[in-house]
Design a protein around this ligand. Sequence first.
Ligand code: NAD
Ligand code: ZN
Ligand code: ZN
Length: 470
Amino acid sequence: MSAQSTAGQVIRCKAAVAWEAGKPLVIEEVEVAPPQAMEVRLKILFTSLCHTDVYFWEAKGQTPLFPRIFGHEAGGIVESVGEGVTHLKPGDHVLPVFTGECGNCRHCKSKESNMCDLLRINTDRGVMLSDGKTRFSINGKPIYHFVGTSTFSEYTVAHVGSVAKINPAASLDKVCILSCGISTGLGAALNVAKPTKGSTVAIFGLGAVGLAVSIPSSINLSRVSYMGCVPHGYDQFSRSYFFKNVYGGIFGGYILSFMCPMPFLDIDISRKIIKRGNIISFVLFFLAPAAANLDNIVDVAAEGARIAGASRIIGVDLNPNRFEEAKKFGCTEFVNPNDHNKPVQEVLAEMTNGGVDRSVECTGNINAMVSAFECVHDGWGVAVLVGVPNRDDAFKTHPVKFLNERTLKGTFFGNYKPRSDLPSVVEKYMNKELELEKFITHQVAFRDINKAFDYMLAGEGIRCIIHMDA
Ligand code: NAD
Ligand code: ZN
Ligand code: ZN
């Protein structure tokens, strides 16, 4: 179907409809109405499953709203645009986002907030904002939307403010995972927790979101350990564009070729060195000459930081299978709360001489949220909540923990503004500063979408890409 033939028309296509809470999705033929004013209709090419979809599909602790089309982590192409849409056109490559950016409200104009007055996440609304109606139907029966994206459909309609236009050269089957989980974890670390030099960080929940928290933490912390051993001027030099982009690559490649008998002076490998924390990566090749396995540079770097007495990244998860995986993302130590007969916050406090400097909670479990707060050090500790809680959860802790100068924060989408900031996160992937491939552990055809739910419920793998055209 060409864009000309479908613009302004109802499109009939396949969608995975959730008819009832917790029951397998059913692939149905749905009608997708044309976009209204300030809306766009998207052809979704790839989508993935985030745990937030699963909570609202299970509807155990959330408001049930069915029949509904879930899905909010996806990549696609604009098929047609509604009245008043000027900055998107058919053919643009886009990522829909569950929380939008109108561009005009106090939040959108503030540097500190991404909580747009008009388009901030609303998990209980199942209709479009402009007319309170759905754009999906089956034989005239409305099917509800989810967080303004509903990407488990070959075509979907979204408000223009919930759609980020990205570099068309970016592979949508990879960058689709930036439309929720990975950007959320990255932003939670870089924009909210902001671990400082030498910090110890605890990450609760080692799924895609938690592992994405780990990446900037490990790079930031790794660099720190080396900085302790070099003159200050060198620190400045290491941050320069020249160092990161030219010298680091050439010198790193040289060291590799010098140390290994294999023909290692290879541009891709040099780039890996650049992207994985620059200076520390190749310095660690002096410290750890056996570490020729390039896939392990991040853990080598984090481990090197730990040996240097600088920094630690402690992963906390109930699923022990996560721990091996998390090493690839820079985690240096692991705690399974089930292995201890005291609260995990006490275990962490003992391990860290009083508490961690930063903690980031990525589980959605209220007890883990309280532990994530109570495990930070008094005086300066900052805890960041990212997991989506149940509707009736209440956070209970003793107020003196706040008086003792701890800080508790929370964030949606890592404080990124979707339209303004997401394109630059995509560029991090394009520049090879951010590796997305290692988050993608499964791929399924759209007709097998329920398998993606099975993997997540079993705690298997990290992200599963659903191919809409397969
Ligand atoms: P996931 O299921 O892939 O990972 C969650 C991990 O947490 C699992 O490994 C699980 O074993 C672990 N876990 C669960 N309960 C735990 C507990 N009590 N203690 C320690 N570990 C525990 O999920 P995900 O897709 O990575 O999402 C993580 C959380 O982040 C979810 O709650 C999701 O809804 C939320 N989320 C929030 C935002 C946001 O903008 N704030 C965005 C995306 C996802
Ligand atoms: Zn999500
Ligand atoms: Zn706004």
